[in-house]
Design a protein. Structure first.
Length: 691
């Protein structure tokens, strides 16, 4: 999906989000651009309800004043020739002008063969209006003009307030689109030219000034700065950027000028991919949503059936008059509108996808998030996930009679290894840098592939290598074996002037956040495992350090899937956490795949959840978000279901014979609107959740 392409939504139901124009699959109405002008997008529908409510309100009050029942209640007496005709014209204006949005929505629902809330509202006010016209002109009797007028007024008010509330649950996509600045500073032939961001091409060079948003994904060619990436990755701390570093479009350059070269445009950019994932997540439905949809359709049929039965009962079986029977029938149809049931889940899932994105958690499929709450075993890949994928010194040892101190040993070894590009060599160099040890450049440097390297430092010949290299320079094997180490890992020996002086044990460094994440999962009642191709002693050491429940060592890449299956066959609900590339098969096999550390490459096909940061604590956040989301869904469904169980029988007049309690249509409309607003308001509380 191109980030410059329009995204479309339903004007009556902003939960519907599609990447192409057409008709709403839910109600059949024509879709409008999400980021369109005021008269096109769904906020204009909110304004339409508001406008029609205030224009009809004076006429509703007038209709009430002219109605005999209201006059009796208020002890008024306003009568004149043609009063019924005046009521007819007032009621007709309110019916046609105030009812337009409901007729339009009903037409869309019927066109889509998905009768729902708008169909019921249109049916209720049409039945009431038709009865009132007949009572005015065909047979003498009391009309329902004031009831229908107040009913339409309450519906307009309720939908205005409801759409205002729903608008607060959406907007993730449009907010992301706003991150991209409209213009970029193009560097061309030594000049700075301002161009539209959507005209920028891959390979172009751009200038980004301090305080400006980075227009598009690229790589730093020149300059040094820190960049606020929180709006995209969820990383709260500014990230330092130097030559060669990647930058993400939409992030904020803070304190230095940067010259960047554009590397990605259109649908390849991080923002575009994130928008695509959010859109797919909002289109996907958890199983509970499918249940709610079926219940809403059943409720529509139930409302019409019970409404018809109510009319027949009070007109024929227990005769109370046509006005009484019609009033209760209309009340049943109104109060049973399945809007609260229809909003119960989509409002929660929409907020969830937005909340997750703000925390660097991208949900690809809501079914995956639904499974996350049931997870009781999390399997982690080791290299690059639990560990940094970088060598570091885990242990230092010296020969017993060596006069060289540990820090000096590290300085000499790092000086030689500074001329090597080997990953083990870089581990020694980085350790020296971490301890702020200055290292001189070696003389006469020579590398021995597969064995080590040597060089002259401070007029001493320093040799850094494995046991084989030590033997080749004349050091006895028993002297090498006498140098005992406690840690598992790769052992690098250091000899000074062909005399063994000490050794370093290097291993893949465990991430600082790994142990807290594992501990938190254990607190949540979730077991943990690690998959690695490393030797058993190395894997066991990592497992012990992290307090893992299970360690699968010496596992070939193709056999990782079997280990996940092994846990699944024992009855566990398994999540697999990996980098999304090497771990693709096992991510797919798990009940839920979590790709971690995606950064700018967010389109990871094999995972249900993509984590932007390389931080395992986000795994805990994702599972926590799933549990909180499910709790909100259950609350909303319980409310929507409980409301109908109570309201429909009351509206049908069940309490009237014994207690004289009736639910008039206008009060039914208030209850229906209030129930929808309560569901939305409850979902909005999820936005306050701290992950």
């Amino acid at each position: 999906m191109d980030m410059n392409n329009k995204i479309y939504t339903c004007p009556m139901d902003p939960d519907i989000i599609l990447d192409k124009p057409g008709n709403c699959p839910k109600c059949g109405m024509k879709l409008v651009p999400l980021a369109a002008s005021e008269h096109e997008d769904h906020s204009s529908m909110e304004q339409e309800f508001k406008k029609r409510f205030f224009i009809t309100l004076p006429f509703v009050i007038l209709a009430m004043i002219l109605s005999p029942n209201i006059q009796n209640w208020l002890s008024l007496s306003i009568d004149f020739a043609g009063r019924e005709i005046a009521l007819f014209f007032i009621g007709t204006f309110i019916f046609f002008y105030g009812g337009v949005p409901f007729f339009r929505g009903a037409k869309g629902e019927l066109f889509a063969k998905n009768a729902g809330m708008m169909t019921l509202v249109a049916l209720a006010i049409t039945v009431g209006y038709t009865f009132s016209v007949a009572a005015t002109f065909l047979f003498p009797g009391e009309s329902l003009f004031w009831e229908i007028s107040t009913l339409i007024s309450v519906f307009l008010l309720g939908h205005w307030l409801e759409m205002r509330a729903v608008r607060g649950t959406t907007g993730a996509l449009s907010e992301l689109a706003k991150l991209i600045p409209p213009q970029a500073h193009l560097l061309k032939e030594g000049k700075v030219i301002d161009v539209k961001t959507d005209e920028v091409k891959s390979g172009d060079k751009l200038l980004v000034k301090p305080g400006e948003k980075i227009p598009i994904d690229g790589q730093v060619l020149d300059g040094e700065s820190s960049v606020n990436e929180s709006m995209v990755t969820g990383e709260s701390r500014p990230v330092g950027k130097l030559k060669g570093d990647k930058v993400i479009g939409g992030t904020i350059n803070q304190d230095g000028s940067l010259t960047i070269q554009v590397t990605k445009t259109g649908s390849d950019t991080a923002i575009s991919q994130i928008m695509d994932l959010i859109r797919h997540a909002q289109e996907s439905k958890p199983k509970v949503q499918e249940l709610a949809d079926r219940a809403a359709n059943v409720l529509t049929i139930t409302a019409i059936t019970i409404g018809t039965g109510t009319f027949i009962y009070w007109l024929i079986i227990n005769p109370q008059g046509a006005v009484f029977a019609s009033t209760l029938a209309v009340a049943v149809v109104v109060v049973a509108c399945p809007h609260a049931l229809g909003l119960a889940i989509p409002t929660v899932t929409t907020i969830t996808s937005t909340l997750g994105a703000k925390n660097g958690i991208l949900i690809k499929d809501m079914k995956g998030l639904e499974i996350a709450r049931k997870i009781n075993y999390v399997v982690f890949d080791k290299t690059g996930t639990l560990t940094r994928g970088e060598f570091g010194i885990a242990e230092s040892v010296r020969v017993s009679d060596s006069v060289v101190e540990e820090e000096e040993l590290l300085r000499l070894a790092a000086a030689v290894e500074s001329s090597s590009q080997h990953s083990i060599a870089m581990g020694i160099v980085n350790e020296a840098k971490k301890h702020k040890i200055m290292t001189p450049s070696p003389k006469n440097f020579k590398s021995y592939p597969g064995k080590g390297a040597l060089g002259t430092v401070d007029n001493k010949e320093i040799i850094v290598g494995n046991g084989r290299m030590m033997e080749e320079i004349g050091i006895k094997k028993e002297d090498i074996n006498r140098l005992k180490t406690k840690k598992a890992g790769t052992i690098v020996y250091i000899a000074i002037d062909k005399k063994l002086s000490g050794a370093f044990v290097l291993s893949d460094l465990i991430r600082d956040e790994s142990r807290p994440a594992i501990d938190k999962l254990h607190e949540m009642g979730i077991k943990t495992a690690m998959l690695t191709g490393d030797k058993k002693e190395v894997a066991d050491e990592v497992g012990l350090a992290l307090n893992l429940d299970t360690v699968f060592a010496e596992v070939l890449p193709g056999n990782k899937v079997e280990k996940v299956k092994e846990l699944q066959n024992k009855g566990y609900i398994v999540a697999m956490v990996g980098d999304g590339v090497n771990d693709a098969p096992s991510l797919t096999q798990a009940h839920m795949g979590i790709a971690i550390g995606a950064g700018t490459d967010v389109a990871v096909e094999s995972a249900e959840i993509v984590l932007m940061k390389n931080n395992l604590q986000d795994v805990v956040k994702a599972i926590s978000l799933s549990r909180k989301t499910n709790f909100k869904m259950v609350q909303n469904l319980a409310w929507a279901t409980g409301y109908n169980v109570f309201a429909i029988p009351t509206a049908a007049g069940v309490l009237f014979p014994a207690f004289g309690i009736l639910l008039r249509p206008e009060w039914a409309a208030v209850l229906m609107s209030a129930s929808s607003i309560i569901v939305v308001a409850n979902a909005l509380l999820l936005r306050r959740t701290k992950l």
